[in-house]
Design a protein around this ligand. Structure first.
Ligand code: NDP
Length: 292
């Protein structure tokens, strides 16, 4: 029988454990703090930012929400980042992606103090991930995928993992985590120019789809018994829904589920883990800053 990997429940457990840790930190005089910065009016980004701030409130993490107008200049944004770098109440800084087009996201990230880069996007943290230096910050979504594998007792050692997608947010850090010496998978990264994607994926014991193409991965991509992690969050039109759309992953769940041994659903799989890991990274940043 196929295991449905429950990201909602797993994230609830992660948050519950963090809550205890945060209470202990507070008793020792340290309150973790997160600043979330949103530039522009993108409705999806607004929803993400609000849910991150709400998660902070529920856990007792101090939070600042900065909502800046679309016409904010690069210099103004960088100025705010420097202010937050210097704010001792703030241990984590997150600039919601994507910013408006006139903002150079990479240049902004370079201005975040790497010790407060809880998204794990600063080159120092990218290097620490590759170096397997545990003091760095790992991007939240791949970190959440690894946590799901750990909680569900899914072995990675000696397994062939195929990661579809090579973004700096998901694909590449995911591949780095899987190949690291504490996971020991053999990893292949696939992308839009990969030849015979279905054939390659059929060699995977663990398949991670981080593409952004609804239902790309169908049953013919799956080796019987493989573990499938679906990172994709895609809106598809659905007139039967009140909002006129529904959210689906990159995996065609209905056809893949009977072939694989375990799978994350969308929604309710990888998605909820992302915020949980953001909270976890913020607590880690606080502990590192306070030397506890
Ligand atoms: P990007 O667009 O940055 O990267 C997509 C990757 O998929 C690229 O490497 C691209 O290849 C590859 N790709 C595109 N089309 C194909 C194809 N037909 N066959 C093989 N590979 C292909 O996306 P992200 O990594 O940022 O996000 C991926 C998905 O994950 C999205 O649906 C996003 O919404 C979701 N996501 C979910 C999160 C969560 O919390 N669960 C968090 C972040 C993202 P190439 O490099 O050649 O262009």
């Amino acid at each position: 029988m196929t295991t449905i990997i429950d990201g909602k429940e797993t994230s609830r457990q992660v948050l519950q454990n963090l809550h205890v840790e945060i209470e202990q930190l507070k008793q020792a005089g340290h309150t973790p703090g997160l600043a979330v910065v949103l530039v522009g009016e993108d409705p999806a980004s607004r929803v993400y930012v609000n849910s991150k701030v709400r998660a902070c409130e529920e856990l007792g993490i101090y939070s600042q929400k900065w909502t800046l107008p679309t016409e904010t200049t690069q210099d103004e944004l960088v100025q705010l980042i420097h202010q937050l770098n210097a704010d001792t109440r703030i241990h984590g800084i997150l600039v919601q992606s994507p910013p408006p087009e006139h903002i150079d996201e990479q240049a902004v990230i370079l201005n975040i103090d790497p010790r407060k880069d809880v998204d794990g996007f600063h080159p120092i943290n990218v290097a620490k991930l590759v170096l397997e230096d545990p003091s760095g910050f790992v991007p939240c979504t791949p970190l959440g995928c690894m946590e799901l594998l750990r909680v569900y007792g899914i072995p990675t050692q000696g397994k062939h993992a195929v990661v579809i997608g090579r973004s700096m947010i998901v694909g590449k850090p995911m591949a780095n985590l899987l190949v690291a010496k504490n996971a020991n998978a053999t990893v292949t990264i696939a992308h839009s120019r990969t030849a015979d994607l279905p054939g390659l994926c059929r060699t995977a014991d663990i398949l991670v789809a981080a593409v952004g193409r609804p239902g790309l991965v169908t049953a013919d991509f799956i080796k019987p018994g493989a573990v499938v992690l679906d990172v994709g969050i895609n809106r598809v039109e659905d007139a039967t829904r009140p909002r006129g759309y529904r959210i689906v992953g990159d995996v065609d769940f209905a056809s893949v589920q009977p072939v694989c041994s375990a799978i994350t659903p969308v929604p309710g799989g990888v998605g909820p883990m992302t915020i949980a890991m953001l909270m976890s990274n913020t607590v880690k940043a606080c502990k590192l800053a306070c030397g506890v």
